[in-house]
Design a protein around this ligand. Sequence first.
Ligand SMILES: *Cc1c(COP(=O)(O)O)cnc(C)c1O
Length: 408
Amino acid sequence: MSKSPYLDIKKDFPVLNREFDGKPLVYLDTAATSQKPTVVIDAMDHFYRESYGTVRRGVYRLSEKATQAYESTRHKVAKLINASSDREIIYTRGCTESLNLVAYSYGRSVLKSGDEIILSQIEHHANIVPWQIVREMTGAVIKIIPCNDRGELFLEEYRKLLSPRAKIVAVNHVSNALGTINPIKEIAKLAHEAGAVMVVDGAQSISHMTVDVQDLGADFYAFSSHKMFGPTGAGILYGRYDLLEKMPPFQGGGDMIRQVTFEKTTYQDPPHRFEAGTPSIVEVLGLGVAVDYLQSVGLDKIAGHEHALLEYGTKLLSGIPGVRLIGTAEHKGAILGFELDGVHPHDIGTLLDMDGIAIRAGHHCAQPTMQRFGVPATARASLGPYNTEADLDALAAGIQKIRGMFHH
Ligand SMILES: *Cc1c(COP(=O)(O)O)cnc(C)c1O
């Protein structure tokens, strides 16, 4: 008996059993946000009904219980990414906030005029714009690692960019527009040899493969709950403790202080130093349940499932005349960016939606990537562990239909 590489978990996600105009929803926009399994939805609902209270402040039992539940996510996340301590896990509102935290707190405090920040050509705006803002504040310089026509970074060019002036290298683990899986371990090793720290944008990797921050050599690793089957409004920044310890606060307010007088305020140790104000309590709890869910399905199984689907989808789409895949790296996550000759990506998206097929069309918050490939936008189908070959068959049929409307 041949072993199927596929999982069968669509049933865990209520919204995926919906229909639009009698057609089953085909959800192909997981790179923008993932759908939520029943266990996460129910846990949050239950928490609001039974256990909701503020955290880290209350002396009453409800708050103590809520605090325990809230803090337990820290441990789950630390285990998920093999951090060496729970204290290295900072709760944020999302990957964007995590990257801003590194830029403002770490970047602004270490960068001097003429120091260099190295980014790649295929970053999300969330890993570009905060560094540009910090560049304005510090006089630092941004250098870019270019990529080839498949969307793979030129490591030789990267080597040439590295010098003692390089202080920060910030690269995504997986590109959200192209799907390229970047060789972070190698990039980090070279960064460290030059004396720079490695910041990794893990938004597109965290729920698609096993991530081990220590093995990768990531000094910072950022991601969002909502792309890993958890709720919106929560995110994580992992940071090496010895770096976090030296970093100034990012935002000031309640919970991040030790003592406040009008003359002087002292701060908490990490991670609480970076967690000002009432946090996203229920969202953090939901994220913990999402981590449990991810691990019960198994990240290696998810990676196998998505890889099989990627190969299936790549074959289907490349067989359609007029389709050009954008992002054809050898090591690739389950993201299919494409153009269809003579049809604007937004029209593709709108027409597919009429068949209940949800894809993304646009620049994917990665305008420099679009510029590199000479297109204003692409259509993008991105996959999750709940997708099936039938979803891709529907996509291919939908594209064929659009071709028929535009070419005859
Ligand atoms: C989605 C995404 C982000 C930003 O995540 P938010 O959840 O919007 O904060 C950053 N980088 C990459 C690669 C992404 O895909």
